[in-house]
Design a protein around this ligand. Structure first.
Ligand code: G3P
Ligand code: CA
Length: 387
């Protein structure tokens, strides 16, 4: 294991050397680092992602079932609840080249930007991966401007209590996340893991704001770009993961949306394959040549029928495992509307259903982990599963 990792890190260093400081231009100068964080990032590398408990409980956007997503309030609570990894964050860029944590570039639903008259004229309509989208976009704001905003609950109809925290937290930067990870690791005496996702890489590259090089640069700064580093990277665009494979050694995960969908990079490059093709043995074999895992929708693992009830599991878990890929499906949420129909209790949109029953069905398939908005529920379900 040690020898293998040494070799991987050596080859990674060679690749990393190809990435000059010029990649980020002036933006790179602001990506400062703390010496202590660098030392700790290296020291706590640990045994790699395969040493994580299984099924791994991944705090989706933090503990977003209880706090506005992608805030330090949400990330902190995920750790306090015991999540094995925190999805900190979904990464999008600012106009001046910083990486910030938002689920989407459009921030009208997750911040108070609409209440800021000074930004009223930034509201616009853009084509985002082929979808007409109206609102405010991170790439039209400097980091200093974004820092004047505050996060709000995205789905108040499902999570009315979370609105208590509207206005409490800023938008985190990825740089802050990497330092927070080291601080929390020191405080807790236990390695904290993060699972950032690169959002819309093709969309941003076309605007001169490529994500992969920025992520790699920051990971290198904190010495978290190695196979054993406590950072798993994910993206819905396979070519983005292939690009990352060339410049960092972190564990990489290809996210897979619904079977009929086509990754946006495939649309742009004319690759006709859909997710249905990628989950076939040949598609999985190809993914395994540059990634360590897949993050499919739960429906790709256990499809639902026309009524939304669970049906028979597919062969995806066995097929992926056969080529050495781990599976971290998304997303388990406690509230009725997000559960399979056979696990809902009543019809209230903010009420919890029989989520433990749903976990039992999903864990029985052999998945290696799961993204969840309520990590404490996931951990209890894992206890049930392990007996
Ligand atoms: O990253 C796993 C899952 O988060 C993918 O879906 O849309 O929540 O980023 P999304
Ligand atoms: Ca995500």
């Amino acid at each position: 294991m040690g020898t293998q990792e040494s070799n991987e890190e050596t080859s990674g260093a060679g690749r990393r050397a190809l990435l000059g400081a010029a990649v980020l231009g002036a933006g790179g100068a602001v990506l400062g680092m703390a010496g202590t964080a660098r030392a700790d990032g290296a020291r706590h590398g640990g045994g790699g992602f395969k040493s994580l408990p299984k099924p791994t409980i991944i705090g989706h956007r933090g503990a977003s079932g209880y706090r506005p997503e992608h805030t330090f309030g949400s990330y902190q609570l995920a750790l306090d609840l015991g999540a094995d990894i925190v999805e900190a964050g979904d990464l999008v860029p600012t106009k001046d080249g910083h990486l910030v944590c938002r689920h989407e570039p459009e921030i009208g639903g997750t911040t108070d930007v609409a209440d800021h008259p000074e930004f009223a004229d930034r509201k616009t309509t853009k084509l985002l991966d082929g979808v007409s989208t109206t609102g405010w976009f991170t790439e039209d704001f400097t980091l200093a401007e974004l820092k004047t905003l505050r996060a709000v609950e995205r789905i108040p109809a499902n999570r009315p209590h979370n609105t208590l925290y509207n206005g409490r937290w800023e938008i985190p930067t990825f740089d802050e996340v990497l330092r927070w990870q080291d601080e929390q690791t020191r405080k807790r005496g236990k390695q904290v893991w993060i699972y950032p996702e690169l959002k819309h890489p093709t969309y941003f590259r076309k605007q001169g704001l490529p994500l992969e090089e920025r992520v790699a640069r920051l990971l290198r700064t904190y010495r978290k770009d190695r196979r054993s580093s406590p950072v798993i990277l994910q993206s819905f665009e396979p070519t983005s993961i292939q690009r990352l494979h060339k410049i960092v050694d972190n564990p990489l995960v290809v996210l897979l949306s619904s079977a009929g969908s086509r990754p946006w990079d495939f649309v742009e490059t004319g690759d006709p394959r859909t997710v249905a093709d990628l989950v076939k043995p040949a598609g999985l074999r190809e993914i395994a040549s540059y990634a360590q895992g897949i993050g499919p929708t739960l429906d790709l693992v256990v499809p639902r029928d026309a009524q939304g009830r669970l049906t028979t599991p597919t062969t995806l878990v066995a097929d992926a495992h056969r080529v050495g890929l781990v599976l971290h499906p998304y997303t388990m949420r406690n509230e009725n509307p997000f559960l399979p129909a056979d696990f809902r209790k009543g019809t209230d949109a903010d009420a919890y259903g029989d989520v433990f029953g749903a976990y039992k069905a999903y864990f029985a398939t052999g998945i290696d982990g799961v993204f969840t908005d309520q990590p404490d529920t996931g951990l209890l379900a894992r206890e049930d599963f392990k007996g």
